[in-house]
Design a protein around this ligand. Structure first.
Ligand code: FAD
Length: 377
């Protein structure tokens, strides 16, 4: 008898995980609180693009999706620093010319993974199912749906439901795990730079950074030749710009080269939400050998290394490997997965925090630039 697996959350981790488990011949039900994003409107201002690196591509390669995902990818070979005054400064990431991180659409990646999961034998996807109750020992779940509450059971329950994981919340309430969430005193807000006469307004071969000491803005290119900018500012400072005049004046003095490129700046600023940022530490990641957390649900990190999704994809590959190494015995595979991944996820969590200081401050310093030139020589 094959175990019936429930995956809660059909984001990047959950939909990739469904593809991997389907290859093992396991019956999988994927539950997602949102409507199907392939037919519904996406939320405004929610991280439109992502930097995917070799760590994430490795997982996609294993399920034959890498070519499809990379077709629209925009390779970024270095970072372009935008000072308040003076010339732009391109800093190549690697001495090897062909090395790059890739800007891709989060929505397109999620949709490609959902298509692959939906086409995989034994996978069923239930949208508009929000997990509200879980008994982690019995494997029983209750979902809220437009038609009312729905009960379900599974032999294995995997929480891939993101940083604010309901599965983690239920495990916490049961006393099965403990958590520590370190919120950063910074929030993020997205702005956009449209294409100009069908062309990119900035160099699409770079990740653009406007380092401003205690805050910063970055911009990544999109396949439609626009750029999505993300402001990372101290939380309270977003509200300090109360009207269109204050917004324009601030950007004119701090981000002067952005103003002519961003005609919808004031509207984006006023209507796009401020997202929260934080690091999630959970221990353990599994209970009773049948319920576990994976991806952001287990270990969300701040986005400054562009590695959260890459790291979640590595989780999926490692869990699959643990199932191989334990002859498919979940009660042994889940603790082994945590044992093998924890040290790595803690390391990237620390590096991501450290990279915030580097991106917002050190990349603009002459000493740092000199160091980088020597390293690349
Ligand atoms: P999520 O993407 O959060 O998906 C969770 C899913 O679970 C969602 O679909 C949600 O609707 C669903 N869900 C939630 N609760 C329930 C419930 N109760 N019942 C059912 N379903 C539920 N990573 C990178 O690798 N590169 C980057 O460049 C990068 N940039 C980022 C920029 C920003 C501003 C942010 C915030 C993050 C960035 N990340 C990046 C991190 C990346 O977005 C996450 O690591 C990744 O989305 C984690 O995927 P996930 O599937 O684990 O969680």
């Amino acid at each position: 008898m094959k175990e019936r697996v429930a995956i809660v959350g059909a984001g990047l981790t959950g939909s990739l995980l469904a593809c991997f488990l389907a290859r093992r011949g396991l019956p999988v039900t994927l539950y997602e609180r949102r409507p199907d994003p392939r037919v519904a409107q996406v939320e405004r201002g929610r991280s439109i693009n992502l930097a995917i690196s070799e760590r994430g591509l490795d997982a996609l390669r294993r399920i034959g999706l890498v070519d499809e995902v990379m077709r629209d990818a925009l390779p970024m070979k270095g970072r372009m620093i935008h000072p308040v005054e003076g010339p732009l400064d391109f800093q190549q990431y690697s001495a090897t010319q062909d090395r790059a991180i890739n800007s891709i659409s989060r929505g397109a990646l999620n949709n490609a993974l959902l298509d692959a999961a939906a086409a995989a034998p034994g996978v069923e996807i239930r949208f508009e199912h929000r997990l509200v109750e879980l008994d982690s020992q019995a494997g029983s779940m209750i979902f809220e749906t437009p038609a009312g509450k729905v009960e379900a059971t599974a032999d294995v329950v995997l929480g891939a439901d993101g940083a604010g994981s309901a599965v983690r919340g239920q495990l916490l309430a049961e006393g099965a795990v403990s958590e520590d969430v370190d919120f950063l005193d910074y929030g993020y807000k997205e702005l956009s730079i449209p294409a100009v006469d069908g062309e990119f307004a900035l160099d699409p071969g770079a990740l653009h950074i406007w380092p401003r000491g205690t805050s910063m803005m970055i911009a990544l290119p999109n396949p439609d030749r626009s750029f999505t900018c993300t402001l990372f500012w101290p939380t309270g400072s977003f509200d300090a710009l109360a009207d269109a005049g204050a917004i324009e004046a601030h950007f004119r003095s701090q981000y002067p080269d952005l103003l002519p490129l961003a005609p919808s700046l004031v509207a984006d600023y006023q209507y796009n939400p401020v997202g929260v940022l934080g690091t999630v530490h959970t221990s353990p990641w599994q209970a009773h050998g049948r319920t576990a957390l994976i991806g952001d649900a287990a270990h969300a990190i701040v986005p400054f290394y562009g590695q959260g999704a890459n790291c979640a994809f590595e989780d999926v590959v490692e869990l699959d490997r643990c199932l191989d190494d334990t002859a498919g015995t979940w009660a042994r595979a889940l603790p082994l997965f945590e044992h093998r991944r924890r040290e790595n996820t803690e390391a990237i969590a620390e590096m991501a925090l450290a990279n915030f200081v580097e991106m917002r401050d050190k990349v603009a310093s002459p000493v740092f630039r000199l160091g980088k030139r020597i390293e690349h020589a």
